[in-house]
Design a protein around this ligand. Sequence first.
Ligand code: HEM
Length: 357
Amino acid sequence: MTTSRRGLLRASVAAAAVGTGGITAAGIVASGNNPAHQNQMPSPLRGSAPLQYAQIAALDLISRSHRGDSLHAAHHVIKTMDGGKIAAWLALGESALPASTLRPQHLRQMPAFPGDLLDPAQSHGDLLLQITGTSPKAVQSAIAQALRELPQWRIRWRIDGMRPENRTEDGRGLARNPFHFTEGYGNPATPSGVEERATVTAAQGEPPWAVGGSYQVIRIIRLATDFWDRDTIHEQERIIGRRRNGRWLDGTPSTEQPVFAADPHGRTTPLDAHVRRAAPDRRNPPPLVRRGYNYDHGNGDTGLIFSCFQRDLEKGFEAVQRRLQGEAMAKYALTVGGGYFFVPPPGNAWIDAVGAK
Ligand code: HEM
């Protein structure tokens, strides 16, 4: 795609009305839950694959003087919903935390990265309410019920997501993204691998209430699927750096590691390919866990709700995002929203520290 194509994408995004799309695609559901780890991990990190359908609602406090009560109410609603066919969780924006609280040290408002066109109507928020489930209907009715019970909050933005071909293979949750590529191979295959990359430890110098929680980054990335689909599959695979089915361009199977050092000039896997930029050192994978969804608002407005979890925002998302600058795929993608949030650890201790009334 040329620069003018990107200009077109930017122009159409700027003109597009912000809305939420319906969820239509069906697929295979696999939760892959591991009971031993169930209660120690924040809800979004349990199991190997996220549930197939999601709604994310970013909420703002109506009254800052009722911050404590409002947080308690949200915690209560989510706690009673989480489990069984629904996985539900909260994530705190930096603006939800009172000045007197010890804050997760990296939590701040997500900055605009080069090339971003952040729409305030799809970005940031005091709190994210995230409800995932095995059917669109279950998600919609759970979110409607949660919002009915939370009159202290107003909706800032919301978005529906889905994971076509959602499944677990060799311990990893996989799905098909809007560019027709399988996503999820770069994630850890075991619960302990997920924990190691994604959950905050006491040794990090984080506030005690935050230990066991996770930094969550959301990026609403609009994808120019019409331009993408005009390229050959061969070109697309060179931009991503893997085949659509996950196999590496040098023939290495999807779950094994290629040797990029044997291809120093990028003849087989171009140096600006997505995976080569994202994870150049195959022995030290980026310390983050991706669990995103596709969105489709209709009228060609489709893309990724990129969502990743990490114990350290700088070493996780921010380091990768910096390396991706100038990647070949940049011309087909425009980030229009999202934010930085913190998913509290399981249990009730955090709410007493953060939700002082
Ligand atoms: C523009 C939208 C994006 C698309 C279409 C996309 C697509 C993909 C695909 C197809 C893969 C290979 C399969 C896999 O390992 O899951 C992948 C890997 C990866 N992506 Fe993305 N991605 C996007 C944005 C991002 C962003 C914003 C980040 C983080 C800043 C990111 C980080 C990664 C990482 C860390 C890997 C794993 C690399 C590895 O270990 O080999 N991606 N992505």
